[in-house]
Design a protein around this ligand. Sequence first.
Ligand code: BGC
Length: 801
Amino acid sequence: MKISAANFLSHIARFTPTLAVVALSVPLAFAQNAAPFAAPALVPQSAAPSNTQLASPQIERRVNDLLRQMTLEEKLGQLVQYSDAGYETAADAQQAPGKNPEARNRVDSMQLASTGRLGSMLNTVGKDHTNSFQHAAVEKSRLHIPLLFGADILHGYRTIYPIPLGLAATFDPDLVASVSRISAEEATTAGVRWFYSPMVDISRDPRWGRTQEGAGEDAYLGAAMARAYIRGYQGNDLSNPTSVAASVKHFAAYGAAEAGREYNTTDMSLSRLEQFYLPPYKAAAAAGAATFMSAFNALNGLPSTANRFLLQDVLRDSWRFNGFVVSDYTAVMELRNHGIAPDAATAATKALLAGVDVDMMSHYYDAELPALIKSGRVPISAIDEAVRRVLRVKLALGLFEHPYADSPEVIAAVPEHRPLVRKAAEESLVLLRNEPFDGKPLLPLARTAAHIALIGPLADAGSQMIGAWGGPDKNPDTVTVKDALESRAREAGGSLDYAKGTEITGDSQAGFAAAVDAARKADVAVLALGESSEMSGEGGSRSRLDLPGNQQQLLEAVAASGRPIVLLVFSGRPLVLDWAAQHIPAILEAWFPGTEAGSAIANVLFGDAVPSGKLPMSFPRDVGQEPLYYNQFPTGRPPLNIDLTKAPNFATRFVSRYIDVPNDALFPFGFGLSYTQFAYSSVSLSATSIPLRDAQLGDARKLITATATVKNTGDRAATEIVQCYIRNLGASLEQPVRSLQGFARVALAPGESKQVSFDLGFNELSFYNNAGKAVIEPTHYTVWIGGSSLATDHADFDVTP
Ligand code: BGC
């Protein structure tokens, strides 16, 4: 095995390293969410459970049979989860933020597994490793219930594809489903049958480091991505040994953490929650996700891990979710830090009764629940229900029939998977700027480019290319930008001069002179700058969004050489690229592209692949604009016809603006250039009005169709991501200035035109009111179709009373 499980762990583990909702009526439960045990008030949207496999009568019979035989200790065993190190050593416990004061002693996972007192394990990977624990559980424990091994596999196991934010930039759900499938195929060979993924938290604030794990700022795109991950991971059949159960995280609204600070609180209206934050979770549940993970954050004052409104009323009662819920890492224990549980017993009670079935690493359920059941504070029926949910998933996965990893273990990037992850990486790249140099756009570079200077701390950084959750630290399988450009230079008879220039962080300018010198002698300088992969991800909140260290100074020094410059930006979030946008002719946002990083980037730089990625998040001009997102609400004082680049005077001051920066994004949501150009015809609609009574049919999938023609007016075959936005004017609550309600990837040969249509139904046209109900009112709609959130071609219609 090239990369040991321990290595992998030290990187990924915290301490070791469509039916529309027509009647979602929950004001009471929401308003009273401080009373977590309030009776559910949601009206189910559908009687059918979210995952039919989990609802199978055969599985239910087996669950009942097992449950009858289980002791309380064995039941609680199914509800706790530890890593292979068990809980933590006493020394770790002193330092760990998630320490459990009542449980300083190390929990012995192997011993628990052999005695039926452990249900699942996290971030325990590797065929031999997982099999050894599984043998203990299956052969030694009394009831032979297999363990479930879960791991943070977010964008590839050994063959790594772009971080989820980069994947979202592809606007390509089919591709996302395909790469998700290959990571399931790879990881299951190492015993992992459960991914803590997809992470579907909407993030409108790139200061939050976990922005990189999700699909960005938009609920419609986020929902499409969420469905794609579930399809890829779970396939049609959980019992297929190459399928994994998904864990949709982090439920809910973790991405709205105030000021972008990690683990911070969130607070929002019910309509905002329903309309802008919940759709991806809901889509994942509807796609049959087998498990959910409760979030660390509090929502409106109540931690998600004790939030019955979220976990019962919304998730189970309204969405009919029938899988199980696992807490986030020590989140049950953290209820004490949140100040809503004075002791471990209260924390365990609140979490369990709110609907958290499995306690990840807190060591509270097994330690506290026996006494709580004895005293009657927690009914045994609540334990039984949680155990049932866990067993259903294990049975649906076929773990009882094939508990062991028994196919050849994938221990390195898989050659057959490389073309697909390369395609994903190519599609994820977003061309932000491509200005002429010597009369024509700088990119693509001539294939025969004579002499390239490659500069920057991310040019030859294989381990950085794979992102924060991407696998082992030292990934020997990654193609760096330097590797790929060197081999191009060899093939084309050119040459490559590499100069690191500086480190990702730090202030030494010792390498600047060599970098500037290399650029001076080159036909073109390619700068690979940005963040390290650790600067985003969990615990990676930043207060600044600039290029870290002295990379900005390096960029300016190299730019002063006067040579044409291509800037490659590696980042787990939107960065402030204001200076670069004014001075650097070509900018390519690369995110963290994965194992095939260098090859994908080289293919795009030299035009073998044409960029098609579009931004899943707005790139600000200044960090002070955050949270900045395209689907903002209007204000009473919009700065119409005012030049916001100029300091205000009396006439231009009293509008919604800053005095020192324009309001808009530097690069807006949905934006991305190509090597060709696209032209849009005006938008046409299938009707000019819809009667309200038709629109109110909650399951109406198609009320009106919007169509536009898109033409490739350039001379290269390319793919355009055609986007459809709507605005709803005159509703009882203000609605966003526009919101994405459809997209399509359209491949066009030079000169070719295609008609693109978007069906708009109840889901697309409705909004949520503050009673948590999705409604359509007799209002006026504008529909835009175009290549970004700034699309200008539009048509209008009305919903008539
Ligand atoms: C993270 C989760 C992750 C879990 C297990 C937590 O710290 O918030 O996203 O799945 O650890 O590693």
